[in-house]
Write a new protein. Structure first.
Ligand SMILES: Cc1cc2nc3c(=O)[nH]c(=O)nc-3n(C[C@H](O)[C@H](O)[C@H](O)COP(=O)(O)OP(=O)(O)OC[C@H]3O[C@@H](n4cnc5c(N)ncnc54)[C@H](O)[C@@H]3O)c2cc1C
Length: 378
């Protein structure tokens, strides 16, 4: 049986490794001419680390990242709203809150795979599924046939557009800049996200004395002014936020900025379509507010391989995968969207009320959420 994976992102590569472990050598087709991950840093939580433990590559990946002792939500002045102690969470759920540069994660994943099974420069534009097989048409005029197709081509998935034309990405109401900088003499070991009336600013230390930061500002979709924002504009925008935000921005060059509007996908009802299955962002793209998009893509890889190992017929495995993944990913997409809406409140009175409320949320509520997120049934 021939398996093909579309997309060599976190979902596609993690799945290729998971399939390899159960004796399936999948062919991966990637649109980009070379595998060069866009974006900056990534937080991976206990559930993602557990999934990589299943694939026996967690140590290798964790070694390239940076363990974060705490993760705090702060107000504009720098006072704590909530504080998660990673060591305490780790004791209960396993390794938690670990940050990695996307390029380092990709490098670790690629090192597990045989390069001959990854073909770059192949952008799928259309597929045809019939009784016998599936044909993938690529933009360059070539095509490939396969028995089973795993679609991991991200939020703008061309195949999903064909299978579910109504599932289009939706804008969350805020736009985001990211960068990785050399921390230099800036000593900052804690990860934080600051919720202020001008927007959000996140700081995440990475390995090698680097800092990953992100900034989210409320704005119309595809805003021309935002598209022209430079570091100087961001310095003005976050000028009255606590230290070391100004220092971090001062160390950032305009060419380091990665800018994109924050979008997600309204939860869909199906991931499985006969011998075709959608995974990762192609299936359930979420806003980044819970830091779970990639974590869910990694969980997908393990669950999909588990079902393929149990079921002889791929269409049965794909349907079982769908049943195991729909509810969990819907929960994350919906909760993450709500959290983003709360974090982006710009009205000063509402922001103060929100901060007060978050400060008094009982520990039992946080506990329940962590249990749901981190106690994964693989
Ligand atoms: C600002 C921001 C911050 C985030 N932070 C976090 C975080 O801290 N933690 C976390 O867990 N998640 C985070 N995420 C989410 C995470 O980035 C995604 O969930 C994850 O990258 C999804 O992986 P994927 O492989 O499904 O899709 P992608 O990473 O989009 O990969 C898709 C791949 O498919 C290729 N492709 C596209 N179209 C085609 C085609 N037609 N044919 C062939 N190949 C194609 C692309 O080139 C790409 O290589 C964040 C997202 C954003 C926007």
């Amino acid at each position: 049986m021939k398996y093909t994976i579309l997309g060599a992102g976190i979902a596609g590569l993690s799945t290729a490794i998971a399939l390899q472990k159960i004796g399936i050598q999948a062919q991966v087709f990637e649109a980009a001419p070379e595998i060069k991950p866009l974006g900056a840093g990534l937080l991976l939580a206990a559930n993602a680390v557990k999934a990589y433990q299943r694939l026996e590559i967690a140590d290798k990946i964790v070694a390239r990242g940076h363990l974060l002792p705490t993760f705090a939500i702060l107000d504009q002045a720098g006072s704590t709203i909530t504080l998660a102690d990673a060591a305490a969470i780790s004791q209960r759920y396993g390794l938690h809150n670990f940050a990695i540069h996307r390029a380092d994660l990709h490098e670790a994943l690629l090192s597990e795979l045989d390069a001959q099974y990854i073909t770059t420069g192949k952008r799928a534009v259309q597929i045809e599924q019939n009784e016998a097989d599936i044909t993938i048409q690529f933009q360059d005029g070539t095509s490939a046939t396969t028995d089973c197709l795993i679609v991991a081509d991200g939020i703008h998935s061309a195949v999903r557009r064909q299978l579910l034309p109504d599932a289009v990405p939706r804008y969350a109401g805020y736009t985001c800049w990211r960068a990785v900088i050399d921390a230099g003499d800036l000593e900052w070991s804690a990860a934080s996200e600051t919720w202020g009336t001008n927007g959000r600013f996140g700081i995440v230390p990475l390995s090698g004395n680097r800092i990953y930061w992100f900034a989210c500002i409320n704005a119309p979709a595809n805003d021309a002014d935002m598209s022209r924002y430079t570091v100087a504009d961001l310095q003005r925008h976050f000028g009255n936020y606590h230290a070391p935000i100004a220092q971090i921005l001062a160390k950032t060059r305009d060419e380091d900025l990665v800018w994109n509007d924050i979008i997600d996908l309204k939860p869909v009802k199906n991931f499985a379509f006969g011998k075709i299955v959608l995974i990762g962002d192609a299936a359930h793209a979420t806003t980044p507010n819970m830091g779970q998009g990639a974590c869910q893509a990694i969980e997908d890889a393990v669950v999909l391989a588990d079902e393929l190992a149990r079921n002889e017929k791929p269409e049965v495995a794909f349907r079982a995968f769908e049943q195991r993944r729909l509810k969990r990913t819907r929960y994350i997409v919906n909760n993450s969207r709500t959290l983003g809406w709360l974090a982006q409140i710009s009205h000063p009175l509402l922001a103060t009320a929100r901060n007060t409320l978050f400060r008094i949320i009982p520990e039992s509520v946080n506990e329940r959420q962590m249990k749901t997120l981190f106690e994964v049934d693989f």
